[in-house]
Design a protein around this ligand. Structure first.
Ligand SMILES: Nc1ncnc2c1ncn2[C@@H]1O[C@H](COP(=O)(O)OP(=O)(O)OP(=O)(O)O)[C@@H](O)[C@H]1O
Length: 332
């Protein structure tokens, strides 16, 4: 990518650096003391339940809102500088598209305004919108509109792409094509930070996962390490004599599901569970043992965090407790 080569000065700086970043909305602590760095070329998935602070974090990284405290740098620059230099592209949840224009005309318009744009055919190809160039923007489906937003995000060939739930509204085929394209983007050296609620996307597209919970960083890990962390295993088999009560009493079993004669167990001691199954009455067939998926690992992590008593009040809380309600600041 030309732009990567074209910015030697801050090449060694992390693509993203967030240092002790916090943000409140009145009484709501949206983000509390967030610290992380992302190296160039990484694909990072940002996960967290509704209200965990994902969008607030992305908005602060992009300079759309100012943190109450802490510092954000992109390639060693303030967010507004990095964006001005065309090094950052974003695709956010909000933001309307110009109505009554054709897709190709919209891309041409934004292309004309950009300082160092990619060629239009390249933008259309990368965003997978070649087939809808002649369509009116206000008559597109939700998934097609997302692809237009992505096209607008990459017009300036940015080194960092920030995506907030990019595949919302896309069908399965479009979603697969989108992530295939994203993998090509990171192979080409681009850095990717995306918020998502789809675990399978995070699992396949991210080489690192950040889990936010109540504005704090709960986990910073690879998908594989996160899955291994729970220590739980999934056992599936068929049995014509299984009953839920008996399954739940098996050693190690923490969760049991029975649908017709298909059984799924989650076990904290799969050796003991298998031993009991083999020597019991159930006669399991087609027994398979696998690790739990990212979704279960994520759910157990966030459930654990929700069950913990709230962390003690911090200096940040005391300093900012009287802050007014609507302090969203536009800085660009
Ligand atoms: N402009 C605002 N004014 C007041 N409170 C806000 C504002 N924006 C966000 N919040 C609150 O801050 C917290 C974090 O919200 P945020 O949108 O960052 O979470 P999220 O993880 O992106 O959620 P979701 O998955 O639902 O998009 C929530 O409690 C939310 O209600």
């Amino acid at each position: 990518m030309g732009s990567v080569i074209g910015h030697p000065v801050s090449q060694r700086a992390p693509a993203i650096s967030a240092e002790d970043v916090s943000k409140r909305y009145g009484e709501v602590r949206a983000v509390a003391g967030l610290d992380f760095q992302v190296e160039p070329g990484q694909a990072v998935g940002l996960l967290g339940p509704n209200g965990a602070g994902k969008s607030t974090t992305l908005d602060m990284l992009l300079g759309l809102i100012r943190p109450d405290s802490g510092q954000v740098r992109l390639f060693g620059l303030r967010p507004s500088e990095a964006i001005r230099e065309g090094r950052v592209g974003a695709m956010l949840q909000s933001g309307g598209l110009m109505p009554e224009v054709k897709v190709r005309d919209l891309i041409r318009l934004v292309h004309r305004l950009a300082r160092r744009p990619l060629p239009i055919p390249e933008i259309m190809r990368q965003a997978d919108i070649e087939d809808i160039g002649g369509h009116r923007v206000d008559r597109l489906s939700g998934g097609q509109r997302q692809r237009i937003r992505f096209a607008l995000a990459i017009v300036e060939d940015p080194e960092l792409i920030v995506l907030d739930e990019p595949t919302a509204g896309m069908d399965v085929a479009a979603r697969n094509r989108f992530w295939e394209n994203m993998r090509a983007q990171t192979r080409a050296g681009r850095t990717l930070l995306f918020a998502t609620h789809y675990m399978e996307e995070a699992d396949s597209a991210a080489d690192r996962i950040l889990v936010l919970h109540q504005g704090r960083l709960l986990a910073d890990s690879t998908p594989a390490a996160m899955k291994a962390r729970t220590g739980l295993r999934r056992l599936t088999f068929t049995s014509s004599t299984a009953a839920l009560d008996g399954l739940r009493r098996l050693p190690g079993v923490v969760e049991a599901q029975l649908r017709h004669d298909s059984v799924e167990l989650h076990s904290s001691d799969s050796d003991a569970t298998v031993e009991a199954l083999i020597h019991g009455e159930l006669r399991p067939r087609d027994l398979e043992i696998t690790g739990l998926g990212l979704e279960q690992a994520y759910l157990s992590l966030t459930a654990e965090a929700a069950a913990e008593p709230r962390a003690p009040r911090t200096d940040f809380d005391r300093t900012h407790s009287d802050r007014a309600n609507s302090d969203k600041e536009e800085v660009r």
